[in-house]
Design a protein around this ligand. Structure first.
Ligand code: PGA
Length: 249
């Protein structure tokens, strides 16, 4: 039985004045039927972790460097994130693959660094609209998985997030059949890479325009173990109904 996960990605949004959203979420969820994760900007990690302490909400980061320390001005190492109170880190998000030309090889190195620091890696994959229209979706996501997943990955330290690039921040979502197809293929691929027991246990999130009004339908799809939520995670009043929908899925 896979424990479901509602993960929020604040991206480059939020200053200290937004911390009450995390406090509200924590107050509303002293315990929860699902795992709850909020990934604020790095500047807010330590304060967010303090606010979430003692609740069902855990705090994660949005990126890390592959090295544990060193001369890398402006970068943040995975052990630093853990020290700030992060328990997880999002890696390989399409915005980082696009904005920072991150390759799957780099994502694999970062994922291994996250594992070494004891962080849960939330590894993102997804096709562009051009790739979907060209019937390349399965080829793209399976290649991203093969090249981004280090051999340190297990069902305990890694979660996959299928995020079609064209669904992120657009209000568009794939059909249930399209999500089910990709998640089914990903689970079969994990079985090939890590073996059937890990594949059975690894959580697969869907991400891209998950909102309170479409969450229940998405969580009813086979092989969807939760969501990675951008815009609708910024306010507790939007994220809480998504958490509730996952809890009753
Ligand atoms: P969105 O973002 O929910 O705003 O579409 C999802 C993501 O990029 O993780």
């Amino acid at each position: 039985m896979r424990r479901r996960l509602a993960a929020g990605n604040w991206k480059m949004n939020g200053t200290r004045q937004n911390l009450p959203e995390i406090a509200a979420l924590a107050a509303a969820h002293p315990v929860a039927a699902v795992d709850i994760l909020i990934c604020p900007p790095a500047t807010l990690l330590a304060q967010a972790a303090t606010l979430a302490e003692g609740s069902a909400v855990t705090i994660g980061a949005q990126d890390c460097h592959p090295a544990p320390s060193g001369a890398h001005t402006g970068d943040i190492a995975a052990p630093m994130l853990a020290d700030a109170g992060a328990r997880a880190v999002i890696l390989g998000h399409s915005e980082r693959r696009a904005d920072h030309a991150e390759t799957s090889a780099l994502v694999a190195a970062k994922t291994r660094a996250a594992h070494d620091a004891g962080l849960l890696a939330i590894l993102c994959l997804g096709e562009t609209l051009a790739q979907r229209e060209d019937a390349q979706t399965i080829a793209v996501v399976t290649e991203q998985l093969r090249a981004s997943l280090p051999d340190s990955a297990t069902a305990t330290n890694t979660v996959l997030a299928y995020e079609p690039v064209w669904a992120i921040g657009t209000g568009l979502t794939p059909s249930a059949a399209q999500i089910a197809e990709v998640h089914g293929v990903l689970r079969a691929c994990i079985a090939e890479h890590l073996g059937a027991p890990e594949a059975d246990q690894m959580r697969l999130l869907y991400g891209g325009s998950v909102k309170p009004d479409n969450a229940a339908a998405i969580f009813a799809i086979a092989d969807v173990d939760g969501a990675l939520v951008g815009g609708a995670s910024l306010r507790a009043r939007d994220f809480a109904p998504i958490i509730a929908a996952l809890g009753s899925a």
